[in-house]
Design a protein around this ligand. Structure first.
Ligand code: C2O
Length: 584
C-alpha cells in the first residue's frame, strides 16, 4: 500500500456567517504544501481549507427538505465542527445549483446549466459482471466503430428535442461540465466557495467518472454494452491533428464552434508555441508531454494536482498533465476570435461550453489514458496514488445510463479495468524524449537583464522575466522549483513556460535542455478570486543536462505565452525534492 502522508489543515473556524463582516477573517494563510523535508523527511499534503458552516434558518429548512429527498446530506455538515482537519469535498447539492457565472458581462446568457432534480440518490456500485470496453485511438477507429459512435451521439442529440429533461441528452451531458466547472455548484457547507473540479487533485477522478457514465449512456442508446469512447491520440505524431472523424460537417461528431485554422491537416500546438514549422510543433508537443509525464514531476501531487478539500479555495494548482497538454488542446480547438459570433473561445476553449463539442470527450479520453500510463508505465519511483482520505472520499454525482442519480467517490476509480474499460495499446514516442544535453556548461553571466527575487516579486508577466534564485544546497542536489501565489484572471487563457539558465532565448523551441515546465489554465469564471495556485517543477534532470549541479544559483526565465499581463507570481524558490514514501 502506498503510504504518502496527507492531511487537510483547517485554518479557521467560522460557524456563524459567510459574510465578510465576520469577526474571523475568511482569507486563509498560504498553504504549506511541504514541511521542511530535512526536518521531517515526510511529504505532507495539506489543504488550504476554511471551516465554515451553515446555520441560517434558510439552510436548516433546506436541509430538512434534502433529508426528505433521500437523506443524502449528513447533519454533521450543518453544525459547527471545530475539528483540526478538513473533510473531503462533498457531492454538490443539486437543489442549490445556480446559474453559472458569466464569463464576461452579457456574453453568456444561455449559461444555465443546472441538472434535473432527482427523487433520490443511490450510492453507485460498479457492476460485477460487464462486457469489456476497449477504447480505440480515434484516428485508427474502424468504419464500424465510427458508425456506432456517430449513431450514439446522434441518439444523444435527439434526446435534446424529444425529452430535454432526460439527463442523458447531449446538452444535459454538456451541462454537467458547465455546472461543476463554472461556479453553478457551491461547495456543500460553504456557499461562499465555488465547487471546482479543475486545477486540483479532483481533476482526474472527476473526469474519469464523467466519461465512464457518458460512455455507458452512449452504449445504452445504441444497445451496445461494449461501446467504447475513442481517444484523441495527440501524444503520437499520427494523432497530432484534429481526428478526421470530427471534421465532417455532416456528422453528429461535428461542431461549428472550433478554430477554423486548426482543422484538416493543421498540426496540434499543445504548447501555445505559435511555431509555423510542423517539425518544430511535433518536437514541442513531444517535449511537453515528456516534461509533464516524466521530467518535471517529483511528487504524486505534481502530477495529479494539489490538495482540495471541503472549505478549500478553488484552483490550488493543477497537475502537470492538466496544466500541460490538456489545456493546450482546449486552447487549440476553441475559437480564437473574441469579436465574432463565437465569443470567448467557445466551445472547447471555455469550461462552460467545452462539453458541447463531441471532441471534448475524445480529448478527455486521452487525458484519462495519460493518467493510466503515468500509473502503469512511467517508472518514477513515486507513489502512484494519493492515499489521503480527503482525496479518496471526495464525492461526485452523475446520472447513469438508466437515469438514476448516483454518488461516486474519487478513490473508487483508480483502476480503469475494474470500471470495465481499458485503452488500445499504442506506442509512446514521448516516453524517452529527453532533450539532448547542452554542449557547454550553461553560464549565468551570459544572461542579461536578470533580477533578484526580492527586487521583482510579486511579478506580473507582461514581459519575460529573468530571476536569480539560490539553490537550496551547494553541490549535487535533487531539487525542485516552486512558483507560488500564482494569481490569474480566470476568464483568460493563461500559459507561461519556465527555462533554467537560458542563454539563447529561442523560445519557440521547447526541445532544449533548459526547458523546465509550464503553467496553463483554461478560461472559466469563479466568484472566488483569493485562490492562488502553486506549481512545482523538478530540476534534477535539467541540472544534469545543462551541467550546473555544482553552481549556487540559477537564473529562472519565465516566458509568457498567453495573457501574461493577467498573471502575477508571488513567490519563487528552489527547495529539495520532498521525500515521499514509496508505494509497495
Ligand atoms: Cu473539465 Cu478539459 O476540462
Amino acid at each position: 500500500m502506498a503510504s504518502l502522508q496527507a492531511s487537510c489543515t483547517v485554518l479557521s473556524t467560522n460557524p456563524r456567517t459567510h459574510s465578510s463582516s465576520s469577526t474571523q477573517p475568511l482569507s486563509a494563510k498560504p498553504s504549506h504544501l511541504f514541511t521542511n523535508p530535512r526536518r521531517s523527511h515526510r511529504f505532507q499534503v495539506s489543504c488550504d481549507a476554511k471551516k465554515n458552516v451553515e446555520t441560517s434558518q434558510g439552510k436548516i429548512d433546506r436541509r430538512n427538505m434534502l433529508l426528505g429527498l433521500g437523506g443524502m446530506y449528513s447533519a454533521a455538515n450543518l453544525v459547527s465542527n471545530p475539528s483540526a482537519y478538513a473533510d473531503p469535498v462533498q457531492a454538490p447539492d443539486f437543489t442549490k445549483c445556480g446559474d453559472a457565472h458569466d464569463v464576461a458581462t452579457g456574453a453568456l446568457l444561455d449559461a444555465k446549466c443546472c441538472p434535473p432534480l432527482p427523487d433520490k440518490i443511490i450510492d453507485y456500485e460498479i457492476p460485477k459482471f460487464q462486457l469489456f470496453r476497449l477504447r480505440p485511438a480515434a484516428h485508427r477507429a474502424s468504419k464500424e466503430q465510427v458508425a456506432k459512435y456517430e449513431k450514439a451521439i446522434q441518439a444523444m442529440r435527439d434526446l435534446d428535442t424529444s425529452d430535454p429533461q432526460d439527463p442523458r441528452g447531449f446538452m444535459q451531458q454538456a451541462n454537467i461540465h458547465c455546472a461543476y466547472c463554472n461556479g453553478a455548484h457551491d461547495q456543500v457547507g460553504f456557499n461562499n466557495l465555488d465547487l471546482q473540479v479543475h486545477n486540483s487533485w479532483l481533476f482526474f477522478p472527476f473526469h474519469r467518472w464523467y466519461l465512464y457514465f457518458y460512455e455507458r449512456i452512449l452504449g445504452k442508446l445504441i444497445n451496445d454494452p461494449t461501446f467504447a469512447l475513442p481517444f484523441w491520440n495527440w501524444d503520437n505524431p499520427k494523432g497530432m491533428t484534429l481526428p478526421p472523424i470530427f471534421d465532417n460537417p455532416n456528422s453528429s461528431l461535428y461542431d461549428a464552434k472550433r478554430d477554423p485554422k486548426n482543422t484538416g491537416s493543421a498540426i496540434v500546438d499543445l504548447t501555445f508555441s505559435g511555431s509555423t514549422d510542423n517539425l518544430q510543433l511535433v518536437a514541442n508537443n513531444l517535449t511537453s508531454i515528456y516534461s509533464e509525464m516524466v521530467r518535471s514531476v517529483s511528487t504524486t501531487t505534481d502530477f495529479v494536482g494539489k490538495p482540495y478539500c471541503a472549505g478549500s479555495n478553488p484552483s490550488p494548482g493543477g497537475g502537470s498533465s492538466e496544466n500541460g497538454s490538456h489545456t493546450g488542446i482546449h486552447w487549440w480547438v476553441g475559437t480564437k476570435d473574441t469579436t465574432g459570433p463565437n465569443k470567448f473561445n467557445e466551445d472547447m476553449g471555455n469550461f462552460y461550453s467545452a462539453g458541447r463539442d463531441p471532441v471534448f470527450y475524445c480529448h478527455h479520453s486521452n487525458v484519462d489514458r495519460m493518467w493510466t500510463i503515468w500509473r502503469e508505465v512511467v517508472q518514477n519511483n513515486i507513489p502512484k496514488d494519493i492515499t489521503s482520505s480527503n482525496y479518496l472520499n471526495a464525492e461526485f454525482l452523475f446520472y447513469d445510463e438508466n437515469k438514476r442519480l448516483v454518488r461516486v467517490k474519487a478513490g473508487d476509480c483508480f483502476d480503469q479495468r475494474k470500471l470495465g474499460y481499458d485503452y488500445d495499446r499504442i506506442d509512446l514516442p514521448w516516453l524517452n524524449y529527453r532533450p539532448p544535453p547542452k554542449a557547454a556548461k550553461a553560464k549565468v553571466s551570459n544572461i542579461s537583464d536578470t533580477k533578484t527575487a526580492a527586487s521583482v516579486l510579486p511579478v506580473n508577466l507582461k514581459d519575460t522575466v529573468r530571476i536569480i534564485v539560490p539553490k537550496s544546497a551547494k553541490g549535487k542536489a535533487d531539487e525542485q522549483l516552486v512558483l507560488e501565489d500564482i494569481q490569474t484572471d480566470t476568464t483568460k487563457f493563461i500559459k507561461f513556460d519556465v527555462f533554467i539558465n537560458d542563454e539563447d532565448d529561442k523560445i519557440e523551441e521547447l526541445d532544449r535542455a533548459e526547458y523546465a515546465g509550464s503553467f496553463a489554465q483554461v478560461p472559466h469564471k469563479s466568484k472566488n478570486t483569493e485562490g492562488k495556485a502553486t506549481i512545482s517543477l523538478k530540476l534534477t534532470d535539467v541540472y544534469d543536462d545543462i551541467d550546473v549541479s555544482e553552481d549556487d544559483t540559477i537564473v529562472v526565465t519565465i516566458v509568457p505565452r498567453s495573457n501574461g499581463q493577467d498573471v502575477t507570481i508571488g513567490g519563487i524558490k528552489v527547495i529539495p525534492v520532498p521525500k515521499q514514501a514509496q508505494s509497495s
